[in-house]
Write a protein that binds this ligand. Structure first.
Ligand SMILES: NC(=O)c1ccc[n+]([C@@H]2O[C@H](COP(=O)([O-])OP(=O)(O)OC[C@H]3O[C@@H](n4cnc5c(N)ncnc54)[C@H](OP(=O)(O)O)[C@@H]3O)[C@@H](O)[C@H]2O)c1
Length: 227
């Protein structure tokens, strides 16, 4: 059976990835900050490991624990949206929150890729999927606000492009995804689609990905998102 590793799987989209891959019979390695407060994740039957993606030492330790295991799919899902409008508007943007967003949403996906590259290259058609957001699209930006989150997702798109250039020649297909506006804690109650719809779409794209897709920015329904 193929194996997937998912970061930030305690709730929301990460949890739904774990559920769906398990239901399909995959071996699921799910990480979350605090497994003792993630009973829904344990209930999926996934192999759960504690990981704060901003903790470099913990990341290295997990890399050692999982050494030698092939990963068909690696999903950089963990993310934060520290300041929602009207917080974080011009004139009132706290630096600490911005740094937290950059550390979690930008630096960690790169460090996760560095940690598990040898696991990915053991698989036949490895996919490294990073959950970005259309809110990081410069072409799509039309209203003010949310600069902390937006800039972190713009930056992670460049991280994905850089990973695609580094790892594409090693056979790893690197993708940046917009999951849609989804009903999770982060997406809130006005979101447009369910986690099930979003993850069904993203899993379909991961399953169909070929080396020609390396470095693309796609929405859950397969549409290209402008950078
Ligand atoms: N929902 C949407 O509409 C939407 C739209 C576009 C993009 N996205 C992106 O999709 C991804 C998942 O979002 P979501 O909607 O599922 O958000 P969510 O419901 O807020 O869940 C976020 C997940 O990330 C984990 N996380 C945060 N910081 C972490 C860290 N330092 N180390 C490990 N895990 C960490 C959280 O763990 P804890 O339980 O420990 O806090 C939680 O499991 C994010 O990258 C987000 O930016 C979401």
């Amino acid at each position: 059976m193929p194996t997937v590793l998912i970061t930030g799987a305690s709730r929301g989209l990460g949890l739904e990835f774990a559920r769906q891959y398990r239901a399909d019979g995959w071996e699921v390695i799910a990480t979350c900050r605090n497994p003792s407060t993630a009973p829904a994740l344990a209930a999926t039957g996934a192999e759960v490991h504690a990981l704060d993606v901003t903790d470099d030492a913990a990341l290295k330790a997990l890399g050692r624990t999982l050494s030698g295991r092939a990963l068909d799919v690696l999903i950089n899902n963990a993310g934060v949206y520290p300041l929602k409008s009207p917080q974080g508007s011009f004139g009132d943007v706290p630096v600490d929150a911005w740094m937290e967003a950059l550390r979690t949403n930008v630096v960690a996906p790169w460090k996760v890729a560095e940690t598990f590259i040898d696991n990915l290259t053991k698989a036949e058609r490895p996919v490294l999927a990073t959950i970005s957001s259309k809110m990081g699209s410069i072409a799509d930006a039309a209203a003010p606000g949310s600069v902390v989150y937006r800039s972190s997702k713009t930056a992670v798109n460049m991280v994905v492009k850089a990973l695609a250039l580094d790892l594409g020649p090693r056979g790893v297909i690197c993708l940046s995804f917009h999951p849609g506006w989804v009903l999770t804690d982060m997406g809130g109650p006005n979101a447009l689609i369910t986690p099930e719809q979003s993850i069904t779409g993203l899993r379909r794209l991961i399953a169909r990905a070929t080396p020609a897709d390396n470095g693309r920015f796609l929405a859950y329904d397969g549409q290209e998102v402008p950078w």
